[in-house]
Design a protein around this ligand. Structure first.
Ligand code: ADP
Ligand code: MG
Length: 376
């Protein structure tokens, strides 16, 4: 399906990483990927899967930080009928669905300690039990885990099991941040420009030399994801114009969460308008990311869990034993799905908006707006 799946980049750091990833892929071992947010951890995990003997089987990404801890275990390992209130039927977990494929455990550092014990058992013995079951299920699933947290510190603080940490770390691949990849910045920018030119049918007028220099100097705290989003905004908002450092700075500042533009005395009307457009585009991008997350949730049947069907239990769909085909999925309005995901995540983090926004991969302002919009 994803044949030819590649990690773009010619910098020494990326070339070395790809070489290592290829060796690791064929060895079928558990891998830990570390790197800043947006640096390409999921891209690398998929690359490993696509270059392994498991390529023809499923690759199942699971964001351990976004699933409420109370249900993570039943999501991963499945459950028996009656295992807990609302478990009307037995259900397979990801490990059963991903059998002979790869499971990508993103944000592994967020996994509760009791689930960590079970993950260790899967890695060491290739077996687990469904929640509420007494018999053991064997699985042949490769685990690729990722984190942007310092797991060593989490171990020292007692939040991450040392044995699991060492087990995962035996093969660790570190993705360098974009700011250390030199020429890759321009190469990736080119790649995204071509993609978005096609998608939006707009021709990009390019960066002038000073703007190009600025691209190379900028520290890219959001890494490749930030570059990708920036390119899309520039293409749409600055159509017909060559990008200068001024334009670029305006867009970069706009994306920075630390600077409040509301108090910028240098605002003019036209740049205010462009701010509004910019926010709209950013919103659209964030919606796209949420949509992706929701699609993943739907595909893996997770949204049929009764716990997630808050706050209207009457919409509960009968649960099936195997992941249903997309056509068999219950269709819920995207807004409804979004509302529920936000509600569940907020509950998980005890109403903490910063953590909730982080887990959902949206910014806090967007979260506030949505909470208000949905009356949560
Ligand atoms: N080397 C790369 N080549 C092409 N696209 C990339 C690369 N690295 C990251 N991306 C893109 O950047 C975005 C963020 O990547 P992702 O793997 O989700 O990052 P992370 O999991 O580290 O937050 C995605 O849209 C991804 O397709
Ligand atoms: Mg990710």
């Amino acid at each position: 399906m994803n044949r030819g799946f590649d990690i773009l980049g010619r910098s020494p750091g990326i070339l070395r990483l790809k070489e290592l990833a290829l060796q690791v892929a064929s060895a079928d071992v558990t891998v830990l990927i570390t790197g800043e947010t947006g640096s390409g951890k999921e891209v690398l995990a998929r690359f490993i899967h696509e270059h392994s003997r498991r390529a023809s089987k499923s690759f199942i990404p699971v964001n351990c930080g976004a699933i409420p801890s109370g249900i993570l275990e039943s999501e991963l390992f499945g459950h028996e009928r009656g295992a807990f209130t609302g478990a009307i039927q037995a259900r397979k977990g990801y490990f059963e669905s991903a059998d002979r494929g790869t499971i990508f455990l993103d944000e592994i550092g967020e996994t509760p300690l009791e689930t960590q014990v079970k993950l260790l058992r899967v890695i060491e013995a290739g077996e687990f039990q469904r929640v509420g079951a007494s018999e053991t299920v064997c699985t042949d699933t490769r685990i690729v885990a990722a984190t942007n947290r310092n797991l060593h510190q989490a171990v020292a603080e007692g939040n991450f099991r040392e044995d699991l940490y060492y087990r995962l770390r035996s093969v660790e691949l570190q993705i360098p941040p974009l700011r250390e990849r030199g020429g890759d910045i321009l190469l990736l920018a080119e790649h995204f420009i071509h993609g978005f030119e096609r998608k939006h049918s707009i021709a990009f007028e390019g960066f002038n030399p000073e703007a190009t220099e600025l691209l190379l100097r900028y520290p890219w705290p959001g890494n490749v994801r930030e570059l990708r989003n920036l390119v899309e905004s520039l293409l749409i908002l600055e159509r017909g114009r060559q990008v200068t450092p001024d334009i670029l700075e305006r867009h970069l500042v706009q994306r920075s969460r630390h600077k409040s533009l509301v108090h910028d005395p240098a605002r003019t009307e036209s740049n205010e308008l462009s701010l509004i457009y910019g926010s709209l585009i950013q919103l659209r991008q964030e919606m796209g990311e949420i949509r992706q997350l929701l699609q993943q949730l739907l595909l893996t049947n997770r949204l049929q869990s009764p716990q997630l069907l808050l706050p209207e239990p009457q919409v509960t769909e009968p649960m099936t034993q195997s992941p249903p085909s997309p056509a068999a999925e219950p269709t819920l309005p995207l807004e409804e799905l979004e509302k529920r995901t936000i509600a569940v995540t907020l509950t998980k983090f005890g109403g903490n908006k910063r953590k909730t926004a982080h887990a959902l991969g949206i910014n806090e302002r967007t979260l506030y707006r949505k909470i208000k919009e949905y009356g949560l």
